[in-house]
Design a protein around this ligand. Structure first.
Ligand SMILES: NC(=O)c1ccc[n+]([C@@H]2O[C@H](COP(=O)([O-])OP(=O)(O)OC[C@H]3O[C@@H](n4cnc5c(N)ncnc54)[C@H](O)[C@@H]3O)[C@@H](O)[C@H]2O)c1
Length: 478
């Protein structure tokens, strides 16, 4: 009996080892790669198109100061409407034009202007209203808040009409769009900024300030995410654009809230750059269930995974972890972690810092029940740190930002900085290369996922300029 038991155990092991070997063969670029063999997994290459002749980069772009910034808004849905309201609190701004394909949405924003005591804006609507708005001669900035498919054509057209542009996230959805936007910004020498608000969040920006002042030593790795169950919102988007995109695309299609703060911690394209990524996802589950239950769809097909995990490597050997999940029933999170040689910061589910103990503390007898690495610093210490390292931008804007609101104030801080930099002829906090790097995670992760999670090369959108600027800078008037 014992003999038979050991024979069947051997057989079970043999079967599981051979099935393991079969499972460990992956197919990428139509090549079978045996992980037990000598072949190494090759990167899936991505193109970097040559910079057209006579065109130069827009790193650190400075344009003539615009003391009064004249703005036109395109897209006045859930997000655009609140952007118009925030702009009424900014000094040195004129809201000249409002556009939405749906006239009632233009009217609603016009009412906001009236309620806030601002002059009425000219209104544009219908299929081509946005083009007419861009063609006006009296605008300095076009602020785009439409669905994703419209972002790139609108940004490109606006810059071609000599306008600076700011566009909601993600500003582009493919590598082709990213290069077209970069080339237009370089050719026209106009500002093209993505409206990534999370980099201005009170915890994120304070932590970045700490990192820039060396509190965490060298930051080696960063994490970020967009984890937000969108069930309450799915039916509210114009023409169901967001669900359609989720149905048609795998990958981290809404990555910028995690990418922005993580890339800023690692000085991406300001001394370091992202070189490759791998992505894995779990097949869509909650969204198909939602579509069956709430919309009565039969066997709905959704390409976007329940969750998508991405690991990114940088030229300086650092790493990033980025996650996307708009499906599961769980609390909101952007993860946000900074891991340094001397310290650590964490935002979700609770904010905290952990710092290497001072020299004095190290000399005392270690208390194994109370090791520093077991705990975050106390709430009082955290508050003291956050007060001490409050970012100059927050010192200037916090009170008004909290009054105006918009994700706790960070949206207003973002608008304030955009206008401040334009008014003072300063480089914007985020440039067109940030826009491309943070937005194209969608397209690049889709490529990895469609090739059995093979590593994918991340293009150098600066075309060699990533070492030109050392460290992220926020500019102020002298
Ligand atoms: N940064 C953030 O925290 C944040 C939050 C929410 C949404 N967003 C982004 O804001 C953008 C808009 O999202 P939303 O939630 O307001 O969606 P929405 O569907 O409510 O609004 C989109 C608006 O664009 C309009 N539109 C579509 N095509 C148009 C055209 N050709 N001309 C003029 N107007 C047109 C629609 O009528 C609609 O009012 C998206 O890019 C989204 O990802 C960002």
């Amino acid at each position: 009996m014992r003999f038979f038991k050991s024979i069947s155990l051997c057989l079970a092991i043999a079967i599981s080892v051979s099935s393991c070997m079969i499972n460990n063969t992956a197919n990428s670029n139509n090549k079978t790669i045996n992980h037990y063999g000598k072949q190494t997994v090759k990167l899936i290459k991505t193109d970097v198109p040559q910079r057209p002749n006579g065109q130069k980069d827009v790193l650190g772009l400075r344009l003539a100061p615009i003391p009064v910034v004249r703005v036109g808004f395109i897209g006045l849905g859930m997000r655009g409407h609140s952007a118009v309201n925030r702009f009424t609190f900014l000094k040195g701004v004129e809201i000249k034009a409002l556009c939405d394909i749906r006239p009632e949405y233009v009217e609603s924003s016009q009412q906001t202007l009236i309620k806030r005591g601002c002059p009425k804006a000219d209104v544009y609507t219908g299929e081509d209203g946005w083009k007419k708005l861009c063609e006006r001669k009296d605008l300095d900035l076009i602020y785009i808040v439409t669905d994703w498919a419209n972002h790139a054509p609108m940004m490109i057209y606006a810059m071609e009409q000599g306008k600076n542009v700011a566009c909601e996230v993600p500003a582009v959805t493919s590598l082709e769009e990213a290069w077209a936007v970069i080339n237009t910004a370089e050719r026209t020498q106009k500002h093209c900024m993505m409206l990534e608000n999370c980099v201005y969040d009170f915890f994120e920006l304070t932590t970045l300030n700490m990192a820039q002042q060396g509190l965490f030593g060298e930051v080696l790795s960063a994490k970020g995410a967009y984890i937000h169950n969108l069930e309450p919102y799915w039916n509210a988007y114009y023409n169901d654009w967001r669900m359609k995109f989720n149905k048609e695309h795998r990958g981290d299609i809404y990555a910028t809230h995690g990418m922005g703060p993580a890339c800023q911690l690692l000085n991406i394209h300001r001394g370091d750059r992202m070189t490759s990524l791998v992505a894995m996802d779990v097949p869509a589950t909650s969204i198909p269930m939602y579509l069956e239950k709430e919309r009565g769809e039969k066997n709905p097909q959704v390409k976007n995974g329940e969750m998508t995990h991405t690991l990114i490597k940088t030229a300086q050997g650092k790493t990033m972890y980025i996650e996307h999940n708009v499906a599961s029933y769980r609390p909101y999170s952007r993860l946000y972690q900074a891991i340094g040689t001397n310290g650590y910061a964490n935002k979700y589910p609770f904010e905290g810092y952990c710092l290497r103990p001072t020299e004095q503390a190290k000399k005392s007898v270690p208390n194994h029940e109370n090791l520093n690495t077991h705990n975050f610093v106390s709430q009082e210490a955290k508050k003291a740190l956050m007060d001490k390292y409050k970012h100059p931008i927050h010192k200037e804007t916090e009170a008004l930002a909290k009054k105006v609101g918009g994700h706790g104030g960070m949206d207003f801080v973002m608008d304030y900085r955009l206008i401040y930099c334009l008014q003072n002829g300063l480089p914007l906090d985020m440039d067109v290369y940030d826009l491309a790097e943070w937005s194209t995670l969608g397209a690049l992760t889709e490529l990895s996922l469609e090739n059995n999670s093979a590593p994918v090369e991340i293009p150098d959108f600066t075309r060699g300029g990533w070492k030109k600027v050392k460290g992220l800078q926020f500019h102020y008037k002298k």
